[in-house]
Design a protein around this ligand. Sequence first.
Ligand SMILES: Cc1cc2nc3c(=O)[nH]c(=O)nc-3n(C[C@H](O)[C@H](O)[C@H](O)COP(=O)(O)OP(=O)(O)OC[C@H]3O[C@@H](n4cnc5c(N)ncnc54)[C@H](O)[C@@H]3O)c2cc1C
Length: 371
Amino acid sequence: MLSAEVAHIAAASVISDSANGSLIMSGEKAAGTVAADDGVRQAAGVGEGADPGSLSPACGLPQWAYRAEGTSLAGWLSNDTSGDEQMSDKTSYFDAVVIGAGFSGMHMLKSLRDKLGLKVRVYEAGATVGGTWYWNRYPGARCDSESYIYCFTWDKQLLQEWEWSERYPEQPEILRYLEYVAQRHDLKRDMQFNTRVTSAAFDESANLWRVYTDKGEDVTARYLITAVGTLSTTNLPQFKGLETFKGKWYHTSRFPHSGVDFTAKRVAVVGTGATAVQAIPEISQQAKHLTVFQRTANFCVPARNGKVDPEKVKARKADYDGIVERLYSSFAGFEHVPIEKSAAGGDARGAGTSVRSAVGQWWLRFPAGRL
Ligand SMILES: Cc1cc2nc3c(=O)[nH]c(=O)nc-3n(C[C@H](O)[C@H](O)[C@H](O)COP(=O)(O)OP(=O)(O)OC[C@H]3O[C@@H](n4cnc5c(N)ncnc54)[C@H](O)[C@@H]3O)c2cc1C
C-alpha cells in the first residue's frame, strides 16, 4: 500500500440543529489519544482494508530527484490555483493509474512520471489535490505531526523555502502547501479531479489493469496504485431518527467549504477522538451551548502548539539531511526517542513489554502531542 499514512486517524462527524442547536457527530482520529479500537478506520474504494500500521509516513519518503518547474513560492502564494490546470489527455492506455491525489498520490505521480518516465493518470474524487486536507475542513483541523516533517522531504529546495507558521499547522495551510507542490511540479496535468474510480480488475489475458470511473472512463494500465488513504471514507453513524432530525448535521470529514457559523446555536458533538479534541475547543467558543457525547474516554495530552522558534527553524533547515536519515531509521518516521519506562511504572523493556506492544509502542514514542 503506497500511502502517506502514519498516525491512526479516523473521521469524525458533525450534526447541527439549525434553529437553536447543532449536533456534531465525531468518530475518532486517534492521534494523541490512546483510543479504543472501534473508531472509524476505513480506507476508501479499491484500497479498503489497508492496515494503517504498515504504512509509511508522509515525509519519510525517498528523496527523488525533482524538476524545479519555475514557479516561485512568493508568486504562487498570491494566487489561488486550486482545481485549475488539470489534465486534458483522453488517452485510454497508461503505464500507471494512481487512485487518489493526497500526499501519497502526488508523490506517486511525481516518482512514476518524473523519475521513471511513465505515462500516468491520477483519478481523484475530490475537486483538487490534498486528500485528507481537501476533505477535512472542520473547525480546528490541523496536523498532529510537526510541520517540519509533515511535508515532502524529496523536494529539498522547498524544504528550505517553505515557512510553516506553526508547530502543528492548520488544514488551510497544509492544503496551500500541497497546492503549491502540485503547481511547482506540474502535477495537475496528469490528474483528473471529480472522478471516482468505481472498479478495477486485472485482465489476465492482456496482463493489464482495467480501470473504470464514474465518468464513464474505461482505461487500461500496467500498474495500478491505490493511494486512497486509510481515512478517506466517511463513516456516517446510522443514528435512529437522523432522517427526521430538524436541525442541521455535519460530518467533520465532509465539512462545508464555506464553514459553519455556530453562533447562538445549541451544538452537540458525538465522539471524543482526536478530531473532536480539535473541533470542540473551537466550536465551544462560538456556540451558545455545547454538549459532548462520549462513549469511550480517550487519553489526550496537550499539543503545546505555537510558533516555532526561528533559531530552531534555522537549525532544522541546516540539518534536513540528518533529519531525513533519522526519520528513516526511526520506528514510525518521527524524531522522537522512546522513553524506556513503562506507563505503569518500572522498566518497559522487561515486564512492561506487553503493555508497550500495540498502542503502548506508539505512546512511548510520542511524549508530547497526539499520536
Ligand atoms: C484531521 C487529520 C489530521 C491528520 N494529521 C496527521 C498527522 O499529523 N500526521 C500524519 O502522519 N498523518 C495525519 N493524518 C493522516 C493523513 O490522512 C495522512 O497523513 C495523509 O494525508 C494521507 O494521505 P494519502 O494520500 O495516503 O490519503 P488521503 O489524503 O486520504 O487521500 C486519498 C485520496 O483518495 C481519494 N479517493 C479515495 N477513493 C477514491 C476512488 N475510488 N476514486 C478516486 N479517488 C479516490 C480521496 O478522495 C482522497 O482525496 C491526519 C488525518 C486527518 C483526517
